[in-house]
Design a protein around this ligand. Structure first.
Ligand code: MG
Length: 378
């Protein structure tokens, strides 16, 4: 008989610098964590996972409150009785949730927490579980929207000094061609440079966005709304700046549809958004088979999400630098060990599961709310 309890902890980690995109500004990372705790014949084992949802549905459709209610009222009750036969498996979890449509972030949060616990039980790292091999992952930096060009240039200069190998500029209407031109003029044509619009444009802006072709960008990420695959396909059909999809890809089906429509030259895979690391690997596999390069996106992760994303990014299709910055880019203090750049790259931890030892004191200090929910035995 195994007893399973799941803790949902909402944390607030101060950011070292406000982060502004076309969707708004954050001064702290408001993040939900899940802690999977199993108590059985072998003792107690715990796993942690991080939720990508925000307080408001400005970026992902699911919010923190949506995830919390889905986990406590819909998903966990479906696990009742399953623990009687021994430790719950990821396959058992997926089968139990098969009748729940949507909610990939909520489902993925529990799956990732269980996976971390199970891997720790077996002493296996997430990298090994994914069938990959540890390697340094070249990482880029995502630069928010400052008030003026001079501030932008000073930020970029600082990040390049820190060792980042690729720069991603957040853009929005009124902040697109000019900042890209300024960064190109200041730092040269060899700087690997890309832009991310976070859905801020419409198909009517294709002529405007075409002006970015002159700057030799690696890609333009998610210029149009999430569901506007045909608009993205129209932009991609011009064969100008490669088109990358991010918010549009919430599932393996989304990825296959986008590829079939010609809407994506590149895909940004965010594991927590698509329902966890197994689905993320499936999307990677489909993209690799279709010659679509991928990179691993980020959402201002804590050490737990950062380590997991680094593990995923070791898979061979991740040929572009990921948005997996060093800890110091976002936080002065994290809930696990810091990740710092070495030659512009980060390396996934080698320990079991995510390899992150969660600092419970830090978790306590950052906690804004917490609740336990037990998996019933019948
Ligand atoms: Mg993006």
């Amino acid at each position: 008989m195994t007893r399973i309890d799941i803790e949902l902890r909402r944390l607030e980690l101060p950011l070292v610098r406000p982060f502004r995109t076309s969707k708004g500004e954050e001064t702290a990372r408001d993040v939900l964590m899940a802690r999977w705790r199993e108590e059985g014949p072998d003792g107690v084992i715990e796993g942690w996972a991080e939720c990508a949802a925000d307080a408001e549905p400005t970026y992902f459709p699911e919010t923190i409150n949506d995830v919390t209610s889905c986990v406590t009222e819909v998903l966990v009750p479906r696990l009742a009785g399953l623990a009687a036969a021994g430790p719950l498996t990821v396959g058992g979890l997926r089968a139990a949730f098969a009748s729940v449509p949507g909610h990939p972030i909520a489902r993925g949060l529990l799956e990732s927490a269980l996976l971390d616990a199970q891997l720790r039980r077996h002493g296996m790292s997430l990298v090994d579980f994914l069938g990959s091999a540890r390697r340094p992952i070249a990482v880029g930096v995502s630069v928010g929207i400052p008030g003026d060009i001079d501030t932008l240039l000073s930020w970029v200069e600082g990040y390049l000094r820190d060792g980042y190998r690729r720069v991603k500029l957040k853009i929005e209407p009124g902040w697109d061609v000019a900042p890209v031109r300024a960064v190109r003029e200041a730092f040269g044509d060899d700087l690997p440079l890309q832009v991310d619009a976070n859905q801020a444009y419409s198909a009517a802006d294709i002529p405007l966005l075409s002006r970015l072709d002159a700057f030799g960008l690696l890609l333009i990420e998610q210029p149009f709304a999430r569901h506007e695959l045909l608009a993205h396909a129209a932009l991609a059909a011009r064969h100008g700046t490669p088109v990358c999809l991010d918010e549009s890809i919430l599932s393996l089906d989304d990825a296959m549809t986008a590829i079939r429509l010609g809407a994506a030259d590149i895909v940004n895979i965010k594991p927590s958004r698509v329902g966890g690391y197994l689905t993320a690997r499936s999307i990677h596999d489909v993209c690799l088979a279709n010659g679509i390069p991928v990179f691993c996106g980020g959402t201002l992760e804590t050490a737990v999400g950062r380590a997991s994303n680094l593990a995923l990014a070791t898979l061979p299709g991740f040929t572009l630098p990921g948005d997996i910055s060093a800890t110091s880019r976002y936080f002065a203090r994290d809930i696990g060990a810091s990740f710092e750049l070495v030659d512009g790259a980060l390396v996934a931890p080698s320990g079991p599961g995510t390899g992150v030892d969660v600092d419970l004191d830090a978790v306590e200090d950052f906690t804004t709310s917490a609740q336990w929910v037990s998996v019933g035995s019948a």
